[in-house]
Write a protein that binds this ligand. Structure first.
Ligand SMILES: Cc1ncc(COP(=O)(O)O)c(C=O)c1O
Length: 404
């Protein structure tokens, strides 16, 4: 478990001077309504699909001095434990369809699920680098749609996360160093061997095409929330690593909602604040120093260029929070500390709620973010206990002891 004792205990905030209600130019290129609608139609037809719950947390809302907190609980996504199930697997399917299309074959997901064209698909190898959840999605997609898979992890990825990916039949490759080192090793091997890189970022260079497919997969989360809501929220808090999830949620909301677009607030760890820096400074520089946060999946040092044009327009604010906030929030949610039903939320999954709680007594920051006692806030809960041993260490019991 990565822990820091010397970081600021409060929230840092920046507004986005370039925020705009409607996406234009580059931002729209990567997030066409027809692409996101195609992804939604595709994913909702997969076996085991169900919208994830949008859970009202009135006790927590009272504690945070807002009217409502609605928690989009991605722990239940396809049995994989995080929203990431959507993106990598959708990209794998799309890429396999393209391989087949080049041979004049128009295949559906059902064809591939039934083992159709396996003589061709089994010769394809999908590869990616991951902190855990993206790799699990790519491995799951590869197994489901019938191709080979190699997943690269860095030295800080927990054994639990490694085993959870390997369970989907992927060959695991552990490399020394951090996330960026695993990305570089994976990209090099993909080029050398003719494997297909299914990255959720193009920060290391390369085309935006695949990371955009991944973001299209995530956009179903917004469609579900629009169906689940009876009135528009005022804010949506979204955890960010490379910014793909935040771009998909904020961008898809902007191109879909006809009125009342909520303020889109990105949440990052203090130590891995690449979206914060890009929005505040208007330029993209890799974040220096040790990026390893307790919020393991948010420990990214470079914004995805594929996500950046959307983030620059569709995100209204970015906040960064200390690791300690995520730790106490994970425990509070697990124990139903504010009188709400207990929930299993992982290290990165609880970041949005942690930010909302951290802001409770910060009147200046609340003003800057437009938060008051009438605010209705969605917190994207991006994962459950995807590293069960970390969750158990923090909470003091196993995730299975919580019925959610
Ligand atoms: C659980 C979880 N939450 C949030 C994120 C951040 O998503 P992104 O890297 O697209 O910003 C990730 C990324 O891996 C994740 O696994």
């Amino acid at each position: 478990m990565n822990l820091r004792h010397n970081e600021p205990s409060s929230v840092c905030h920046t507004g986005n001077p370039n925020y705009q209600r409607f996406l234009t130019g580059d931002a729209l290129l990567g997030l066409q309504p027809e692409d996101t609608q195609a992804a939604t139609a595709e994913i909702s037809s997969w076996p085991g699909y169900a919208p994830t719950p949008l859970v009202s947390l009135p006790g927590l809302a009272k504690h945070a001095d807002v009217a409502a907190v609605l928690y989009k609980d991605e722990a239940h996504r396809f049995g994989l434990g995080s929203f990431k199930a959507l993106g990598g697997a959708y990209a794998v399917l799309s890429l396999l369809k393209l391989v087949l299309a080049k041979q004049g074959i128009e295949a559906s997901a059902t064809d591939l699920l039934n083992g159709g064209y396996s003589a061709i698909t089994s010769k394809q190898t999908m590869v990616c680098a991951t902190d855990g959840n993206h790799g699990k999605s790519v491995a799951w997609g590869a197994q489901m749609f019938g191709c080979a898979c190699r997943i690269y992890i860095h030295e800080h990825v927990s054994k639990d996360r490694e085993a959870a990916i390997a369970a989907y039949g992927a060959t695991m490759v552990r490399v020394p160093g951090n996330y960026d080192d695993s990305i570089n090793a994976c990209a090099r091997d993909a080029t050398d061997n003719g494997w297909t890189l299914v990255a959720d970022t193009n920060a290391g260079g390369g085309s935006a095409f695949v990371p955009q497919l991944v973001m299209h997969g995530y956009s179903i989360i917004v469609q579900e929330m629009l169906d689940q809501l009876s009135s528009s929220p005022t804010h949506v808090f979204i955890p960010a690593g490379v910014g793909g999830l935040a771009a998909a949620v904020a961008g898809y909301w902007a191109i879909t909602a006809t009125q009342d677009v909520p303020r889109m607030v990105v949440v990052e760890p203090h130590v891995a604040n690449c979206v914060f820096a890009a929005i505040r400074d208007g330029e993209v520089k890799p974040v220096a120093g040790d990026l390893n946060s307790f919020m393991a999946c948010l420990s990214a040092g470079q914004v995805s260029p594929a996500a950046l044009p959307v983030l620059r327009q569709a995100v209204s604010d970015v906040v960064t929070i200390p690791d300690q906030a995520a730790i106490s929030t994970m425990k509070a949610m697990a124990n139903g500390q504010y009188g709400d039903p207990p929930l299993v939320s992982g290290e990165s999954g609880c970041a949005s709620v942690a930010a909302i709680l951290q802001l409770a007594n910060q009147s200046e920051l609340r003003k800057a973010l437009g938060i008051d006692a009438n605010s209705r806030i969605i917190a994207i809960g991006s994962e459950g206990a995807t590293a069960p041993e970390v969750w158990a260490e923090v909470v003091g019991r196993l995730p299975e002891t919580v019925n959610s």
